[in-house]
Design a protein around this ligand. Sequence first.
Ligand code: PGA
Ligand code: MG
Length: 233
Amino acid sequence: MLKSSLLSRDFPIEAVIVDLDGTMVDTLGDFTVAVNSMLADLDLPAIAASRIESMVGKGSEHLIRSVLRHVRGQEPDGALQSEAWRRYSRHYLEINGQHASVYAGVVDGLHSLREAGLRLACLTNKPGDFARPLLAAKGLARYFDVVFGGDAFERKKPDPLPLRKTCEVLGTQPQRTLMVGDSSNDALAARAAGCPVVLMRYGYNHGEPVEAVDADGLLDSLAELAPMLRAGA
Ligand SMILES: O=C(O)COP(=O)(O)O
Ligand SMILES: [Mg+2]
């Protein structure tokens, strides 16, 4: 269901910025395998996928820090953090996409948005070197004019900077650029940047119900979006 403000004739949507993890691809399996391989290397105990799910969303450095804090019960020092990061990124790149699946409706949804003449950007907090091969492996890269990872700009979502910069590159105003995400990170960044925002109900919202997040609508499938935008144009 979308709020009517999103369908305003004053600001028709010209471009869509799409989040990656939890929005287009269910990557929890990849995160779990890479994190637990890293923990095994460091002789640390494994962590459950359900726990990892609540730690995903603020980029890989944040994930590693949260995992180490959880399994050791204390803040990791810089040396452990960098060794963990080195091992995690090696494992992640080895298995990238093998334990991940594209959510139902994503391919149809992206195809329809392009058919409707909208420009598309992928903006994720995942490092760009992880995101680009994943999009390519899942056949999603072709839909995007640009792809920005969490290391593309000085700050990540929930800071509005990545959305503002992406709008600049797309050549669209924030009010005409819709953010599609799955978490409060995406919604906070969009609100602060002045972009309308819709969230998928099925993603990872730091273990919190997504219904509680301030957004312009919630979707069960990305395939619902283009017909809704067309109806409001
Ligand atoms: O890698 C993460 O932490 C989450 O990435 P996302 O911004 O695509 O949800
Ligand atoms: Mg996400």
